[in-house]
Design a protein around this ligand. Structure first.
Ligand code: SR1
Ligand code: MG
Length: 427
């Protein structure tokens, strides 16, 4: 549904009542209300981002699994904002899956934290309201969701280096290496996110390894999954170790869901969005999410032969993203550690190297789990699901499962991105 809201039609939602402008805001709302295209406009007028006399256009554009997303633009100047509102349930399943509204607070606070460190890599938050689970932020529609760009065969020369920098800074400065260790305990409390963590614990680490009713795969894949995944006891042990790391390693404030659908790109710009799964967790998890989604696109490319560039050449480009993200992350993290380390004992070079080697192994293991969940579990990826030819799609899913499993099982031996790339190519 699209709405053009003329000034004469401007509508004030019962429950929202504000004074003029942001600073004099007076909140008198009573209870949470899902926004409509009309009340979304009214909200932006109430907080002074648009005037009551402005003609604005509003559209609900959310295509994710969980939230409402409105784009509100000024008709004459085309200036626009995004309003994101959490629903009290998981949109992908429906009202039968209640979900905390606190994730909106987590998301806006995580965006603000990242903005304070790296304003070039995240949208600016203009307004947030915890009770209404609303965040108003920059509109990034001039950029493309990276996942969609990769499916079309686009190149983004800066994105992997930008993500490497984003991760090095956000993770270092929220870890016990780069911040006051007493304040970090407070950070853990602020970002306690048990319900969203539980989604990851179940959907990434547990359900895909059993014949669970949240799983979602074609029946034709069942014998393969039963044989290659469910009956491999070594694999189950390694996934259990990774799940335990996810549950217990409170290393830094992580994004928590850094797949290629959470990244906006162009040839010049990179912006990270959607940190509603943020919590203080293992540093390798965000790297693993990025690596997994590049690998998923890599295996899916055989089913998207329509673009200009030859398959081998585009795949080669995708593999350079893996080298760039890790190479940039590792050297920037080391350099921040040398110059901004807060604990003298942790400055020991061999400790730093040992720690980052563990982060690398974790990242590769988490990448394997995230590949497998996108084939067996709930919430798939467009890279694979949009393959038009069913037989190719099934082959790609099998290839992804073999690759995910191999990464998990060999993560302690493949100690460089060059070796990871070998595994990807062999799959
Ligand atoms: C019910 S939420 C399903 C998935 O969507 C999000 O993007 C997360 O990846 C989550 O696991
Ligand atoms: Mg998301």
């Amino acid at each position: 549904m699209k709405s053009i809201i003329q000034p004469s039609l401007s509508y004030r939602q019962e429950g929202f009542s504000y004074g003029m402008g942001r600073m004099s805001m007076k909140r008198e709302y009573k209870e949470y209300q899902p926004l409509t295209e009309e009340t979304a406009v009214s909200l932006l007028q109430s907080i002074g981002l648009f005037a009551e006399t402005d003609s604005v256009f509003c559209q609900e554009i959310g295509d994710g699994n969980l939230n409402l997303v409105f784009r509100v633009s000024h008709q004459e100047s085309n200036h626009s904002y995004i309003i994101k509102q959490a629903l009290p349930y998981a949109k992908v399943v429906g009202t039968s899956w209640p979900l905390t509204l606190d994730r909106a607070r987590i998301e806006s606070e995580a965006l603000e934290k990242a903005y304070s460190l790296l304003p070039q890599f995240v949208p600016k938050v203009h307004y947030s309201n915890d009770e209404q689970a609303v965040t108003v932020m920059d509109d990034l529609s001039h950029l493309v969701i990276m996942r969609k760009g990769l499916i079309q065969g686009n190149h983004y020369p800066n994105v992997a280096k930008d993500i490497g920098l984003y991760l090095a800074h956000t993770l270092f400065f929220t870890s016990d290496f780069g911040m006051d260790q007493q304040e970090k305990k407070q950070l853990q409390a602020t970002f306690a996110n048990p319900e969203l963590c539980k989604i990851t614990e179940d959907l990434v680490f547990t359900d895909p390894y059993f014949d669970h009713d949240t799983n979602d795969f074609p029946e034709s894949l069942r014998p393969f999954i039963a044989d290659v995944i469910w009956s491999d006891r070594d694999l189950l042990k390694e996934v259990a170790l990774l799940k335990h790391t996810f549950l217990t390693h409170s290393e830094a404030l992580i994004h928590g869901d850094l797949h290629t659908g959470s990244i906006f790109s162009s040839t010049e710009e990179t912006k990270v969005i959607d940190p509603e799964f943020a919590f203080v967790g293992p540093i390798g998890f965000d790297l693993g999410a990025f690596i997994a989604n590049i690998c998923l696109n890599y295996v899916s490319q055989i089913g998207h032969a329509s673009h200009q560039e030859p398959l081998t050449s585009y795949r080669h480009y995708l593999l350079t993203l893996l080298e760039d993200v890790w190479g940039t992350f590792e050297s920037e993290f080391h350099s921040l550690w040398e110059t901004h380390g807060t604990d003298p004992l942790f400055q020991e070079k061999e400790f730093r190297q040992a720690f980052l080697a563990q982060v690398f192994a974790d990242a590769i293991g988490f990448a394997g789990c995230k590949i497998i969940r996108r084939v067996i579990g709930l919430a798939h990826v467009e890279d694979i699901e949009s393959i038009p030819e069913e037989q190719i799609k099934e082959q790609v899913k099998k290839q992804a499962l073999r690759l995910g499993k191999q990464l998990i099982l060999t993560r302690h031996e493949i100690d460089s991105m060059k070796n990871v790339i070998k595994v990807v190519k062999e799959a």
